[in-house]
Ligand binder design. Sequence first.
Ligand code: HMG
Length: 391
Amino acid sequence: MKIGIDKIGFYAPDLYVDMRELASARGIEPDKFTIGIGQEKMAIAPITQDTVTLAANAALNILDDSDKKKIDLVIFGTESGIDQSKSAAVYVHELLGLDSAARAFEIKQACYGATAGIQMAKGHIALNPDSKVLVLASDIARYGLNSPGESTQGAGAVAIVMSANPRILALEDKSAYFTSDIMDFWRPAYSDTAFVDGKFSNEQYSLFFETVWKQYRSKSGLGFEDFEALCFHVPYTKMGLKALKPVLEVEAKEMDQQRLLENYQKSIQYNKVVGNIYTGSLYLSLLSLLEHKEGLKEGSRIGLFSYGSGAVGEFFTGIVQPEYQNQLKIAQHVDQLSVRKKISIEEYETLFVEELPIDGSTVKLAIENDSAPICLSGISDNKRQYINKQR
Ligand code: HMG
C-alpha cells in the first residue's frame, strides 16, 4: 500500500522585513544577507499570531469536509510551543472543527519534529488504511535583535494531510537516521530566544547530511543519479547547498550535479522570502519545489534531508504521484505572499519586544489589524483566547 502526502499547504504571517534594510540598519553589507545567507525577506509574526494560529491557518487552506471527518490523528511538531502541558494540536483540532474521535498531541525535537510526525503518521496509516493524519509543523524562529542569528529568523507553518494512496508524494520505506547529543542550538525553558553556536551548527548540519546520505546509499543501493531533486531543512537558503555541494562534487556525474543544483534553486523560492520556520522548513522547501519546478515527471524520486539541532538527522525519500499538480494551490500561495506588508526595521524591533502578560492579567488584542482568518484574540484567566473569523 502506498502511504504519503496527499495535501500540503503553508501559512506565513502577513508582515515581513526586507533583508537589505535589515543589513543596512545593522551596518552590514546587504549582499551578506542576500547572497552569503541567501535570504530576501523575513516573515514577522504579529502578537496576534502564535504557533497554534499559524498552523491552524495553514491547515484551513487545504482541508475539506471529508478530510475533517477522516482525520483521526493530529500531530503537531514545534519547538515554540505555547504551553508546557496542553498540546497545540488540541487547540488546532477545535479551531478546525475536526472529529472528536481523534488523537491529538505535540512532539518536539527542534526542526526534526514534523519529520518524526510524518514517520509516525505512516505507521498509523499502515495499521489503519482508511484514516487520514494531519501533520502540522509550526514555529517562530527568534534569536534576538542584533544577534548573529538575527538574519536567519522567520515565522510560519506547513500543514500536511497524510493518507493511503496519496496524490502528491508516496513515501518509500527505506530511510537513514542518526542521533548525537550535541549543543549546536537549544532554547532553555526560561528563554524566548535560542542559544546557538552558529559555526558549529553549520558544521554539524553538513556532517549529519553526509552521515545519513552514506548510510542511506548503502542501505538502498541508490545514488544521486536516482534522484530528480533533493530538498533540505532550510534554516537559510545557502545552508542546504553548503552541505550538498562537497558530497555531490565527489560522488555525482556532471549531469546529475547540474540537475540537482538547478532543482535546489526551485526548492528554496518560498524559504527565501519567509525565512527559517524551523520544523516546517523542509516541507516549505518541498512545497517550493513542487510549485516552482514545471512538470515533475510521475515516478520521480525526491530525497528529503531533515535536521533538528541537538541533534537528529534523517534522509528519506518519496515518489511523485501522477495527479500531484491538481493538489497544489499555487495561485493561493503566490497571492498570500504578494499581499504581505513590508514593515520598517523600527516596527519590527517594536513587534519583537512586544510580549503577552505573564502575570495572569487579562489582555484583548487588536485582531482587526491581522488579515489571518485565525488569530489569538487575547488572554484571560491565564487561557489563550483564539478566534476563527470564518466561523
Ligand atoms: P555569520 O557569522 O553572521 O556569517 O553567521 P558568516 O561570516 O559565516 O557569513 C555567512 C556567509 O556570508 C559566508 O558564506 C560569507 O562568506 C558570506 P559561506 O562561507 O558560508 O559560503 N558573506 C558574503 N557574501 C556576499 N557578500 C558579502 C558577504 N559577507 C559575508 N558582502 C550563521 C552565519 C548562519 C552562522 C548565523 O546567522 C547563525 O548563527 N544562524 C543561526 C544558526 C543556523 O542557522 N545554523 C544552521 C545549521 S543548524 C540548523 O539548521 C538547525 C536550526 O534550524 C535549529 C533547529 O533545528 O531547530 C538552526
